[in-house]
Design a protein around this ligand. Structure first.
Ligand code: KG4
Ligand code: ZN
Length: 380
């Protein structure tokens, strides 16, 4: 088969994933085993449980990814694995497995930063659509359960990418805020997808969240920190406001009752959620989502103007959000800026993005040393 087929492995959080991507532009297979069911009873990801679930899933997930692609262990050209950031124990399962496999097969192994992976999910799909005229510089918003980061991304040679961070969250990531608010309202885990669906049934203008709650406070705000402007985010204040609203309006008991009712259901349908929701809570959910979406879009576009970028990428789990996509498309169009998202399956964690990000490194001969290890707090 022409091209370079890379087997990607991702195990940084609660998804065990493997995929085969040819030359960074053709998805040959994409397998994601979600651990949501294992973590759901705890209302969030339990690190020790995540590692054990990865151990159980990694071999069948990789086998399936190879079979779906019509490949074998021997036929792929290289392996790629997420080095970080993520949960150390979870990362180590993917890394140890990938190392053993690469050693046994005598294939090169490439270590990939998970955040760089999210950015390459967009590139992979645009190339797959045969869209190769992306304007640089690119401003990439990586918005997930662990990150709300803005990067200026440039491509130097065919094989070289560089990233400059110009903004990040000072506290909670946007996805974390979705998850915490959903938990608070008894909506289960993960919160983003259900808040997304329920928001269409509430009034997003019903509850006003003061802009000050989305502002971070530190010295950089005074503009005395040097020439580079920063575009930081903060989502712990709005989460506290939702909590305050729940207390002031006496919604705790109904939230607890909702949590218990939904916990007994395998996979509640939208109607079942709606059956357990009152108007006030639905309006709160929709208003919360509106506030986060408006803030993400406004800050990203402010950064895009200040840095004079040509293109915007929005990627990571929260990029699956319907209102976020709509609002970005509408507002970026006003500035004449094209905005690209991955398809929904490639917005949330997957291994195709890891295999895609590995391809330029493969071309550059940037292979991992045998003693490399997980880097839980890895930066991009
Ligand atoms: O990228 P991802 O799969 O994992 C991390 O690297 O964190 O992102 C997961 C996050 C979770 O916080 C989840 O609630 C959020 O993405 N998410 C969403 C949606 N789908 C997933 N947030 C808002 N709307 C969605 N449709
Ligand atoms: Zn992610």
């Amino acid at each position: 088969m022409a091209g370079t087929s890379i087997l990607g492995i991702e195990s940084s959080c609660d998804e065990t994933a493997a995929a085969v991507v040819r030359s960074g532009e053709k998805l040959e297979s994409n397998v994601v085993f979600s651990q949501i069911a294992a973590h759901q009873p705890y209302g969030g990801v339990v690190p020790e449980l995540a590692s054990r679930e990865h151990l159980k899933a990694i071999v069948p997930v990789v086998r399936r990814a190879l079979a779906d692609a019509g490949q074998t262990y021997q036929s792929v050209d290289a392996l790629a694995v997420t080095q970080g950031p993520g949960l150390a124990g979870a990362l180590l399962v993917g890394i140890s497995y990938a190392k053993a496999l690469a050693f046994a097969l005598d294939k090169p192994l490439i270590a990939v930063n998970h955040l760089e992976g999210h950015i390459h999910a967009v590139l992979l799909e645009e190339r797959q659509k045969n869209h190769r005229e992306i304007g640089f510089p690119v401003l990439a918003l990586v918005v997930s359960g662990g990150h709300t980061h803005l990067y200026l991304a440039s491509q130097h040679r065919a094989a070289g990418w560089s990233y400059r961070n110009i903004g990040h969250t000072r506290d909670d990531a946007a996805g974390e805020a979705f998850d915490k608010v959903a938990k608070l309202l008894g909506l289960g885990y993960p919160g983003g997808p259900i808040v997304d669906r329920l928001s269409a049934h509430g009034d997003p203008t019903a509850v006003k969240f003061p802009a000050a709650q989305l502002k971070h406070r530190d010295r950089n705000d005074r503009g005395d920190s040097g020439p580079a402007p920063r575009f930081d985010f903060s989502y712990s204040g709005i989460k506290t406001s939702v909590l305050r609203y729940v207390e002031v309006h006496g919604l705790q008991a109904s939230s607890e009752a909702r949590r218990k009712a939904l916990a007994g259901m395998e996979k509640p349908r939208l109607e079942e959620y709606l059956l357990h929701l009152d108007r006030k809570t639905l309006n709160l959910v929709a208003s919360f989502q509106r506030a986060i979406v408006e803030d993400l879009v406004a800050k990203t576009l402010a950064a895009a103007r200040a840095c004079d970028v040509a293109t915007i990428f929005v990627t990571g789990g929260v990029a699956a959000n319907n209102e976020l996509r709509r609002r970005f498309e509408e507002m970026a169009a006003r500035d004449g800026l094209p905005v690209y998202f991955p398809s929904r399956p490639l917005s949330t964690d997957n291994a195709a993005m890891i295999a895609a990000a590995a391809y330029p490194k493969f071309l550059a001969g940037e292979f991992a040393a045998w003693d490399f290890s997980a880097e839980a707090g890895m930066r991009l």
